[in-house]
Design a protein. Structure first.
Length: 129
């Protein structure tokens, strides 16, 4: 008798308990109605926060400071091209906004977009966790 035949004989033998049906022993977990996803704005926000250099640059804008690329480069002790790249990423992430004053671009914190991104992230985490 093969192993499979032995198992089948045991399952159908008089007095033998039937193998539990997976549907009976383990009810399916409730499935969410819709799949929650992080919005592109929240994704960009998190990406902007992921870099330690950008985190340090963010602190330069505390208390409403408005700074040019050159000022950020000087205060952060980095080159102007790198400062420009980091500021662009922070702007894409909704953390900073900018305005032109003559030929100079001034950056400042975008509190409204940060608050919105945090609220969206909190809602996502509430849904998934």
């Amino acid at each position: 008798m093969t192993r499979q035949e032995v198992v089948m004989a045991q399952q159908t033998a008089p007095g033998a308990e039937a193998a539990p049906d997976s549907a009976q022993c383990c009810p399916a977990a409730p499935q969410p109605e819709a799949t929650a996803e992080i919005s592109p704005a929240v994704h960009a926000f998190l990406k902007a926060l992921a870099n330690p250099a950008r985190q340090r640059i963010m602190l330069l804008f505390a208390r409403g400071a408005e700074l040019s690329v050159n000022q950020v480069a000087e205060l952060a002790h980095i080159g102007q091209p790198r400062a420009s790249e980091q500021l662009a990423e922070l702007k894409r992430g909704g953390i900073l906004t900018s305005r032109k004053q003559g030929k100079v671009v001034l950056y400042r914190a975008d509190k409204q977009r940060v608050v919105q991104a945090l609220a969206d992230l909190q809602e996502y985490l509430r849904y998934c966790c």
